[in-house]
Design a protein around this ligand. Sequence first.
Ligand code: AMP
Length: 309
Amino acid sequence: MALTVVGSIAFDSVRTPFGERERMLGGSAVHFALAASFFTDVCVVGPVGDDFGEEHLAVLSERGIATDDIEHVAGGKTFFWRGHYDHDMNVAHTDDTQLNVFADFQPKLSPESCGSQMLFLGNIQPELQRDVRRQSAASFAALDSMNLWIDTARDSLVAAIGEVECVLLNDAELRMLTEQPNLVHAARATMELGPEVIVAKRGEYGAALFTGEGMFAIPGLLIEDVRDPTGAGDSFAGGFLGYLDAVRIAGEHGERALRQAMAYGSVMASFNVEDFGTERVASLTEGEIAERLSEFKRLTHFEEAPIVR
Ligand code: AMP
């Protein structure tokens, strides 16, 4: 398998100004895997409970995602998250988090998952992320997290960050983690913890990339119908790492590939927000992705011109 992801596999109840849905399939690993599956082979690691049915598993397997490392915990309940968004859809308000089967989860990666060259540690308890990182032989591991873990498990999170090559966090989370109000300083301070690549996700405003070689920033695609931003960050990560894994297999590395991966991340996130839950991304076509990438290039392209006066 090429790209392994561990993270929450969840049921999400979400309210936005555009509607409300109960117990949709969600979770960081699910949103990530669906987006990445357009680029490379993906394997999902994580536990689910008795309430997780064949129809939920099918959403993943229909996209060719390997589900053998999804562990069914008899008598347990699947992770549950309830949240809402007010007018600023960049800010998710958490109303309830029930770890359920994640509370006692001890990850056991199959030889196939351990052998992946790329690993994504989706948003989940940092000690679980560290456990998975220790088992994996990946040469490139990336990590996401959230304010809850910065608040409640800061030391573990800092240790986990020290064990990965790449960090993807919201700009506000980078500032909170490093206590640096300036994003450039916050990214550099995060790099000092270990990783060589930092991606600052900036919601509808796009994303910024920081490496040893410098910085790169792209805007968000301007989407007219944003209905539910839940999972946009994970879809971004899926497009970003999925593309990187595909070009790594083709022997392409470095800054150029990272910038292209930023564009694919933005494209996948832009589809995610158009509908509730996983619906839009799960039913996408490669043609739609290619078309939106071209649209994004037109949106961001300009020619350098001298001042004429
Ligand atoms: P995002 O891409 O940041 O919008 O992530 C959304 C997903 O994160 C939702 O599908 C939730 O199920 C999941 N989630 C929310 N809170 C947590 C948490 N504390 N740990 C793990 N996953 C979470």
